[in-house]
Design a protein around this ligand. Sequence first.
Ligand code: FES
Ligand code: FES
Length: 136
Amino acid sequence: MAYSDKVIDHYTNPRNVGTLDKSSTTVGTGLVGAPECGDVMRLQIQVDENNIITDAKFKTFGCGSAIASSSLATEWLKGKSVDDAMKIDNMDIVEELALPPVKIHCSVLAEDAIKAAINDYRVKNGMEPIELEKSH
Ligand code: FES
Ligand code: FES
């Protein structure tokens, strides 16, 4: 399969690989797996007192498209409000990376990881988790 230049760029030079302090109340951690392939993604956000995401990190044990999707997601997350982060749709990632149909679920993993991280942050800070509809 031919990967787009953007996938190759993020795959060979992934942004924001790493770990934030999971125990901090200002950090939200999302850990999700794709039933289709068994790949696993962890995505973390650091949120400031104004509800702005100041940092994002990921670790993905998965295919090139999943790594590229999570790398792109961390770039998009930084500087966004939590509310705007909630609106990131996997199809935005598909479009930006020009993922082929068989790789759509890799982008779904990234959207799910973002939402899981936000919900972890919300629950830690006494907010209700946001009800998630399946995004695909
Ligand atoms: Fe692949 Fe939903 S199962 S996009
Ligand atoms: Fe599983 Fe890409 S093939 S996340």
